[in-house]
Design a protein around this ligand. Sequence first.
Ligand code: SAH
Ligand code: SF4
Ligand code: F3S
Length: 472
Amino acid sequence: MLELNIPSKEHDEAKQGQALVLEASKNNNGRKLYIESYGCAMNFSDSEIVASILADDGFVTTADFTEADIVFINTCSIRENAEVRVRNRLKQFSASKAKNPGMIVGVLGCMAERLKAKFLEEEKLVDVVVGPDAYRDLPNLINKVDDGNKAVNVLLSREETYADINPVRLNSNGISAFISIMRGCDNMCSFCVVPFTRGRERSRDAHSVVKEAQDLFAAGYREVTLLGQNVDSYKWASEDGTEKVNFAQLLEMVALVSPDLRVRFSTSHPKDITDEVLTTIAKYENICNYIHLPVQSGNSRVLEIMNRTYDRHWYMERVEAIRRIIPECAISTDIITGFCSETEEEHQDTLSMMDFVKYEFAYMFSYSERPGTPAAKKFKDDIPEDVKQRRLEEVIAKQQIHSHYRAQQRIGKIEKVLIEGFSKKSKNDYCGRSDQNFMVIFPVGDAYKPGDYVNVLVEKTTTATLIGKVVQ
Ligand code: SAH
Ligand code: SF4
Ligand code: F3S
């Protein structure tokens, strides 16, 4: 995997899950909670909702699972290796539980939803299994476990959006935050487990989204990322039906919170992204010129059996519309290699699509069959593992060239960068993102600090990182 960026944390699954630290809660009950999150940004955002619900119940958190009374792991099912990782992590928790038998171990998120009560049989150490729509029930479920029972709630909801819950911002840099604007997915891409683990698509009250953005801005945040599996199908109506808000309108409402609040969003679906969305992005300087537009495959037959409901021509037309309406827009993608029955020529179509778009960034995977999905039911997972991997390597090699090319194109340009903090490698440098979502590194200076915008003249690059100096 080439590049890890904020909007698509599912690609982060190969990395250690992130421990989340809560501040002291109001009515401290003396018990300590530890949460670790895997998977996409949605899951990280959900952990902030879980933390908020449990803070109200008196829990304080710890970054050290060995001293926790409750250990939660918020899980991902998107590919088999995401699940393998969680199982391995659970093994590590079991040693702690042996020393502290009162410790409660809970599995949250997509794997909980996929495996349901089976989890309790398969993993004896797990006490509680909670699906993504059941987090309000957590205090009650913990009580059940305290009474000596095992507890499960994996009910999916058609309404739950947690709109009224004020997420506790965990492990945050205090500058950028996620805002979930919808939950679930109705698309049924044949390879994908998300519609089964996250349920039906529902959009959150537009005013609660704007309020959350306003509160974040007032607290010093300068960037929000609006999250949904398919943000372009966001659709909210007031109860009396007099007010209707689509995604383009919601983007505008959030952009108007302040010109100093950057707005990002993920994920866009090629079938649904409209010219109205593109013109809204072009109209507001603070809506970032960056679109994550997963193609999955460059071949129309493969796209059809993936049930993506667009073809190669449609996707190319959408890319041309982006170039026409937002000439400076960066585009990133997700690609799956070795999907059922994919031929060598069809794989070549993916490579030629990459040449056509020259994506700034890409997240690339080999196909992993997920039990119960339409593809698992209808098609044979018939591409040998070594072929899937070889195709993946070809895709990664091409992307490396394109990322480098796109980064090089920025040399000599002045980028507006929102400073996030010190660079990972050195306390002498700051890092932050450009409008197009490139990571930019530049020397620390007295005149600016994290949370400020600075203009950086790009002087050189690594594969996909820009390096430069601050100019007026
Ligand atoms: N809602 C987003 C994607 C969510 S999952 C969208 O529609 O684009 C993130 C990415 O994981 C997908 O875009 C896809 O590239 C990859 N993915 C999903 N299911 C997969 C599977 N079974 N095997 C390999 N990759 C998969
Ligand atoms: Fe999965 Fe497709 Fe929904 Fe994305 S749009 S979450 S790939 S079903
Ligand atoms: Fe996200 Fe993984 Fe679930 S990608 S929606 S956490 S299956």
